[in-house]
Design a protein around this ligand. Structure first.
Ligand code: UT7
Length: 352
């Protein structure tokens, strides 16, 4: 006789990994070509360095490396679906996920991309959880991967200092809502009235259908940073509160707040707004910058590898990005320590 009746179905996190490219770009290196300096960058953003891909590398290369590590960490060789969330796909068409799946030996699995800019990982988690709880998939590999160095104008000092390249991946399995590692509750939202605050103008159907000449600046990522900053603080705090209310958690129930690593000042403002001590805010933005859809799983992988997050700890994940989009998710950390290597420890591995 079972001693414990199974709870409702849920997606349970069972593997995690991060990966960053080898090349490190320091603030001082950026100051050699831009009108900026290390002190400005550190005090305004908290960033000290970031990793960037070499010419010839692409988002899928990072996604494959993170995905392979996450599968190994979970101890699984197959999944039913591969989701890549990215703003920098290898090409406009097809999606990046099928090629990533094939390179991981997962051809045959469902594979598709999710686009929600820097909120992509939380949207991807909700999508993966939906596939699992609806019975469509038993196991899902979710990868957040971005190479903003391929879309940011290297001479745009406001954006070139913020972004870095990287990937983070999780494996989710079918389980019950009271299993440690079960993801949910969720809060997801958007406000497209502000789509122009974060944008790449060229390359889509709108610009192409006008038949006009593409301006150099339209190929690059553009962000009205100051306005985005204010939206980010407000929306992240609102979303975090909403998911805590839905779950009946109090702020004090949160052991670790794992936000999208946009800018250290933003993260601290959100923590202050929520009444969370800043020490509970998980951050690695100093080492990797803003890595878009990769930032939450990279921050998680970093913290778990350092054993700063331990089994049983309660986590609040909150993201914000272009769209505008935002989202939050709660989970209790499962007993899957340790992550085999931190995201910066390459060992003998290569990305391919
Ligand atoms: O991941 C998706 C969501 N993204 C975010 O949440 C990012 C949100 N925004 C930010 O993180 C910040 O707005 C930035 C880091 C992008 C900029 O920091 P800020 O404190 O908002 O600066 P600002 O845009 O208000 O600019 C202040 C000054 C300006 O000079 P003036 O007009 O006051 O003379 C800028 O031209 O700082 C100047 N500036 C710089 N100076 C030195 C802008 N970038 C730089 C730079 N170095 N790299």
């Amino acid at each position: 006789m079972p001693t414990h009746s199974p709870g409702p179905p849920a997606a349970v996190l069972c593997g995690l990994a991060g990966w960053v490219p080898a090349r490190v770009v320091t603030n001082d290196e950026l100051a050699e070509r831009l009108d900026t300096d290390d002190t400005w960058i550190r005090t305004r953003t908290g960033i000290r360095r970031r990793h960037v891909i070499e010419p010839g590398e692409a988002t899928s290369d990072l996604a494959v490396a993170a995905g392979r590590r996450a599968l190994r960490h979970a101890g699984v060789a197959s999944v039913d679906a591969v989701i890549v969330t990215t703003t920098t796909p290898d090409r406009p068409c097809p999606a990046t996920a099928p090629a990533v799946a094939a390179r991981l030996g997962l051809a045959g699995a469902a594979a598709f991309d999710v686009g929600a800019v820097c909120t992509g990982f939380v949207y991807g988690l909700a999508t993966a959880a939906g596939l699992i709880t609806s019975g469509v998939a038993d196991r899902v590999l979710l990868i957040g991967a971005d190479t903003y160095s391929t879309i940011v104008d290297p001479l745009d000092r406001a954006n070139a200092i913020i972004f870095g390249d990287g990937a983070g991946a999780v494996v989710l399995r079918a389980g019950q809502a009271d299993d440690p590692g079960a993801v949910g509750h969720f809060d997801l939202g958007s406000d497209g009235a502000h789509e122009d605050l974060i944008t790449v103008t060229a390359g889509g159907s709108r610009q192409r259908s006008t038949g006009g000449e593409v301006q150099h600046r339209d190929r690059h990522f553009a962000m009205r940073g100051n306005e985005v900053y204010r939206h980010a603080v407000t929306r992240m705090a609102q979303s975090a509160r909403a998911v805590l209310d839905t779950a009946g958690w109090k702020t004090d129930d949160v052991d670790h707040f794992v936000p999208h690593q946009a800018n250290l000042r933003i993260l601290h403002s959100v923590a202050d707004d929520l009444g969370l001590p800043r020490e509970r805010c998980v951050t690695n933005v100093d080492a990797v910058g803003n890595t878009g859809a990769a930032s939450i799983p990279l921050a998680l992988a970093d913290a778990v590898a350092r054993q700063a997050i331990r089994p049983g700890d309660r986590l609040l994940l909150t993201a914000f990005g272009g769209g505008l989009t935002w989202g939050s998710c709660l989970l209790t950390w499962p007993d899957i320590q340790p992550v085999p290597a931190d995201p910066y420890d390459r060992g003998d591995e290569t990305a391919s």
